[in-house]
Design a protein around this ligand. Structure first.
Ligand code: F6P
Length: 487
């Protein structure tokens, strides 16, 4: 099968190159091993309306990477606007940060339509499209408009919120109806899937049968596929990275002191402020841990042109400096705060050096840092993961110290338990988590999704779409019958 994977951000295949976030790192081995073609943004934009979208194609393992210059006139409205100032805050249940602009939605739809046209170039016999993440919610509908009748699936890497939050997104109804053009919708957790189905059944008034939404587009199966990692590869990176200069310098600098590590994009969903407040309280209330444990916080700048991100960068920088000013000594820095990214090969070594991994987002689809931290540990002397119950990973990694990131005292307790946890308990907890990571790898995740996509497509083809009416007409019909005008 000719598998075409689509995402906004792509990775270029070097373990030494920094990667922003989980999606790019997760998809890289999928493409390298499956022979798929991965289509995404080049990070550059172009003026004018190209009839034939420009694509650069290079090989990536047994697969290929094709990058497109997105349309200059619409890029800002698409990426910083609709995707990251309306959808992202909503998906992370931050209705207060949703910024609405009609022009942004149009740009978002334009870029989705542009991508759909570009994808036609990669279509061959027996093609399946696998669209990733919230940047391309309307891409399935755009492909169908162009007459594509191949299997088209979608996987959401973020959470999906309760219907009331989604209602804060401009054009939510039109957009979510467009999502039903996909044959298969994949979610990270049962909760996300349940929230989506509640919207489809409630707000759209559609029939939902056993996880399948029946709409004017046909039948759309909604299923949970928790994303995994290549745990063995990460463990190998961690062993090798011991000799990497950054890792050995870090080890030398510790002088027997323990280390906690946090690795995040600088994003308000990651709970950085609460985490730093927890360390502040830890050093205040348990002074024996001053010089006993320090925090290495890697916070890669992200989406810096968006106001909420600029504000967060300032807030975290001020907070770190305040905490360091109060608890620091001439020869001791409580928080080492780095605003840059690292490649996976080095990160694995940094994770292995830290006795505590702190992954405490306020809300996160999965959070692959949690899984990577576990995979990178030394089996003979593993560190302890302190994990937010609001990360999708907490469903699987339930032998971590699971915390509520809003409860600062609870996080303080968990960190101090982690610091002094006996080796036998650390090993027991780590082995249980590692076993799950080994059992459910990134390759299985992609194989399961693709198999389910083929199945959903054939099920859909077997049942005629609901009177082949467009969803808009269907809604009008329903509202006319019930005498209620839908907004
Ligand atoms: O699902 C979230 C995601 O796609 C992750 O890959 C990553 O955390 C982030 O969003 C990437 O964001 P950006 O491409 O805007 O840096």
């Amino acid at each position: 099968m000719n598998l075409v994977v689509v995402s906004n951000r792509v990775a270029r295949g070097k373990a030494s190159e920094p990667m922003t976030g989980g999606l790019a790192a997760a998809l890289l081995p999928v493409v390298e091993h499956s022979g798929a073609i991965w289509v995404g943004s080049s990070g550059r934009v172009r003026d004018g309306h190209q009839k034939e979208p420009f694509a650069e194609v290079e090989s990536l393992g047994s697969g290929a990477l094709a990058t497109l210059d997105l349309p200059a006139a619409h890029y800002g409205g698409y990426y910083e606007g609709f995707a990251n100032s309306a959808l992202w805050p909503a998906l992370h249940s931050r209705s207060d940060l949703i910024r609405v602009s009609h022009g942004d939605y149009l740009s978002y739809r334009e870029v989705n339509a542009f991508m759909a046209r570009a994808l036609l170039r990669f279509r061959k016999e027996k093609t399946a499209f696998w669209v990733q993440d919230y940047h391309f919610l309307a891409l399935g509908a755009e492909l169908r408009q162009l007459g594509v009748d191949d299997p088209i699936g979608f996987f959401l890497h973020t959470p999906w919120p309760v219907p009331a939050v989604m209602q804060g997104v401009p054009h939510h109804r039109e957009l979510i109806e467009a999502m039903l053009a996909f044959d298969l919708l994949g979610f990270q957790t049962e909760e996300d899937r349940g929230n989506f189905l509640a919207y489809a059944g409630g707000d759209l008034g559609l029939a939902v049968e056993d996880g399948v939404v029946v709409s004017g587009h046909g039948r759309t199966r909604c299923q949970v596929f928790p994303i995994g990692i290549d745990a063995e590869k990460f463990a190998q990176y961690a062993t090798k990275a011991i000799s990497h200069p950054d890792v050995s310098r870090l080890r030398r600098s510790l002088n027997g002191e323990k280390l906690a590590i946090g690795v995040d994009r600088l994003d308000y969903s990651k709970g950085l402020v609460n985490r730093i407040n927890a360390f502040d309280r830890l050093w205040t209330e348990q002074p024996h841990l001053v010089r006993g444990i320090s925090l290495l916080q890697i916070a890669t700048p992200s989406r810096g042109n968006i106001e909420a991100y600029g504000n967060l960068q300032n807030e975290v920088a001020r907070l770190v400096s305040d905490v360091n000013g109060r608890h620091g000594e001439v020869d001791w820095t409580p928080i080492r705060y780095l605003n840059k990214g690292f490649g996976q090969a080095v990160l694995a070594g940094l994770y292995r050096t830290a006795q505590v991994g702190v992954v405490t987002p306020l809300h996160d689809g999965m959070n692959l840092v949690a899984k990577e931290y576990v995979a990178a540990q030394n089996p003979a002397d593993p560190g302890v993961l302190v994990l937010s119950k609001f990360a999708g990973a907490a469903n699987e990694l339930d032998t971590a110290l699971v915390v509520n990131p809003h409860d600062i005292d609870g996080m303080v307790r968990a960190i101090s338990i982690a610091v002094s946890m006996p080796l036998t308990e650390r090993r027991m907890r780590w082995e249980a988590m590692m076993e799950k990571l080994r059992r459910h790898t990134i390759r299985q995740w992609s194989a399961e999704f693709v198999a389910a996509l083929e199945k959903s497509r054939s099920e859909r083809a077997a049942v005629a779409p609901l009177a082949s009416q467009p969803p808009q007409a269907l809604r009008w019909l329903r509202s006319a019958i019930s005498g209620v005008r839908l907004l």
